[in-house]
Design a protein around this ligand. Structure first.
Ligand code: EPU
Length: 428
């Protein structure tokens, strides 16, 4: 096991190129199962979730080539091989194998997914959708069994606006008989990206990116080439980092339209943000004002940026309130930030951040992916050296993190944990 060390307190400057979107990648890769000829996806991020999904496609007989972010999937020998355990438990997005395998083979067995622990993360809306399409769904010893004689289009109203359920139902419906209408659908850019891939494969989808999606089922889908969208959460993480410790940082390969809720909040704090066509420049900020944020479904403030933003707020003058309406337990980074001298109180679903404080380097642990990003930003802001463990979470979602940070002047490196440190970590 490794730890990440950051010598903080130095200003950063330069340019960072954003990678392909993790939360698109993890849906696009399972979507390739639906095609009857090879699909190529370009621009995939270099993250462990991508390798995990590659392994899962291979487990069901797919032949997958991956070179410098370009993946080609040949589905000729794929079967509906059961996947009750193993890799499926390592990432949340393995649930997309349910929709894709059900859509293609009319049956699937998928172990309940893993991923970050952010409070309860039910998949009842996914299952409601599959059942509405005609599937029988049972939970047997921690694995979901899905079977259907045939899938028939249906009108499905989501009780909760869910990215995962919207995409999963889309995957199951594109080869169903007749029309499916998803009402109260999520509108995230990743949903449009998946719909674009499926449309290029021959699917008939209208309305992706709005709250009503209409899908007319087709019998076959074929291969195509698709370039993934840039990662708006990685871009947001670097925008926040630039506001916290930057002296002029250019974020390249970004869709500024996807960043509007964050851009507005940064400007409200007094951060200079200059958006171009596919770049955003964050200038050096002087005194920062406290602001309140409330996470909402897209296009509201992304829950995935709530944790990194909390680190920035420790630098703002006054009290800021951070409320997460999406996940009830996405505050595990707060205890770690407190170790670094942050003054933050958690009350229910809100955290109250009192600034300005000077963060101090400390030994901290990333409990989940975006908590890791929050701690990296805090480490860069802090005086002294910060040591971050729990890197397996960070590696699931941030492509070339150290290289990108070194490129803008950060002093950051990895070290092996000693046997004693490993033992301490296991007991913590
Ligand atoms: N929900 C239900 N029932 C369901 C599905 C969701 O109650 O059947 C609830 C969830 O518990 C949550 C809310 O609805 O309170 C939103 O969940 P959603 O389904 O939208 O989330 P997700 O698909 O599981 C994706 C991202 C998350 C991101 C959320 C919200 C992927 C693989 N994950 O999760 O990303 O936080 O949408 O935008 O796309 C991350 O990248 O760090 C991450 C956690």
């Amino acid at each position: 096991m490794e730890k990440l060390k950051i010598a903080g307190g130095y200003p950063l400057k330069g340019a960072v190129k954003i990678s392909g979107a993790k939360n698109s990648a993890v849906a696009l890769i399972p979507a390739t199962i639906l095609a009857d000829s090879p699909v190529t996806i370009e621009g995939l991020p270099d993250i462990s979730d991508v390798y995990m999904l590659k392994g899962l496609l291979e487990e069901i007989g797919g032949s997958v080539e991956l070179d410098s972010g370009t993946m080609t999937v040949n589905t000729d020998d794929m079967t509906s091989m059961p996947l009750p355990s193993g890799r499926v438990k390592k990432l949340r997005a393995s649930y997309y194998l349910m929709g894709a395998m059900l859509g293609k083979f009319k049956k699937a067995v998928i172990g309940l997914p893993g991923g970050c622990h952010l409070g309860p993360r039910p998949i009842d809306q996914h299952i409601k959708g599959f059942e509405a399409l005609g599937a029988e769904v049972t939970n047997e010893q921690g694995a979901i069994y899905l079977r259907a004689d045939e899938l028939r289009g249906a009108r499905i109203y989501l009780d909760v606006v869910s990215v995962g359920a919207t995409i999963n139902i889309m995957l199951a419906a594109v080869r169903a008989k007749g029309q499916t209408i998803i009402e109260n659908a999520a509108k995230e850019p990743e949903i449009i990206d998946v719909a674009t891939l499926l449309t290029n494969m021959g699917a008939k989808i209208k309305g992706a990116g709005t709250d009503v999606i209409r899908i007319d089922g087709v019998e076959h889908l074929s291969g195509c080439r698709h370039t993934i969208i840039p990662d708006r959460i990685e871009a947001g993480t670097f925008m926040i980092l630039a506001a916290a410790v930057g002296e002029g940082i250019l974020i390249d390969n970004v869709i500024p339209y996807h960043m509007e809720s964050l851009t507005a909040k940064l400007r409200e704090m007094g951060v200079p943000v200059d958006a171009g066509d596919d770049q955003i420049f964050i200038g050096k900020s002087e005194e920062l004002k406290a602001v309140d944020i409330k996470t909402l479904v897209y296009p509201g403030f992304a829950t995935d940026l709530q944790q990194p933003f909390t680190s920035l707020l420790t630098r703002a003058k006054g009290s800021s309130i951070v409320t997460d309406t999406i996940y009830s337990a996405r505050f595990k980074h707060i205890d770690e930030l407190r170790r670094m001298n942050a003054n933050i109180k958690v009350e229910g679903r809100s955290a109250i951040v009192n600034g300005t404080v000077q963060l101090q380097g400390a030994k901290v642990k990333a409990s989940d992916l975006r908590a890791g990003a929050a701690l990296v930003i805090a480490g860069l802001m802090a005086e002294g050296v910060t040591e971050i463990t729990g890197l397996e979470h960070v590696d699931r979602g941030y492509s070339d993190l150290e290289a990108k940070l070194e490129g803008i002047g950060a002093t950051i490196w990895r070290e092996q944990l000693t046997a004693e440190e490993e033992e301490q970590l296991e007991n913590s």
